[in-house]
Write a protein of this length. Structure first.
Length: 129
């Protein structure tokens, strides 16, 4: 029976990944959003917040690791242990002290984030340096 349950779980995860949707909470109801709507995923006060390109804020019970796996690394990058950003949400990038980078974002909810020192090189490669 466990094999069947594992296979069903694998199929549902694969299908949801192919559909490019993520189930999130908004107040007292569930909303399904597409990956193209996501600008930033971040840890805030022990909950994961998802900020959309239209500046809506949702929460999800998933961990950042789960979200990172689901979103993939083509359009999204985990810039530090608390934040994943979408490529399209980047306005511009500035050098920051300690060999880090500051990313200025296009949304109004969160306007800047810092790339941690260990991830700067990988971030530059992801951008196409």
């Amino acid at each position: 029976m466990n094999n069947i349950e594992n296979e069903v779980e694998q199929v549902s995860v694969t299908q949801s990944h192919e559909l490019g949707r993520l189930l999130v909470y908004h107040k007292n109801y569930l909303v399904s959003i597409t990956h193209t709507e996501i600008a930033v995923c971040m840890l805030h006060n022990r909950s994961i917040r998802i900020i959309t390109t239209s500046d809506q804020v949702f929460t999800t019970p998933r961990s950042l690791n789960e979200i990172e796996t689901k979103l993939g690394n083509r359009d999204f990058f985990r810039i530090n242990r608390n934040c994943i950003i979408a490529y399209k949400s980047i306005s511009h990038i500035e050098p920051y002290f300690g060999n880090r980078l500051v990313i200025l974002l296009r949304n109004k909810v969160l306007n800047k984030v810092i790339v941690s020192r260990p991830r700067v090189q990988a971030f530059k490669i992801w951008l196409g340096e």
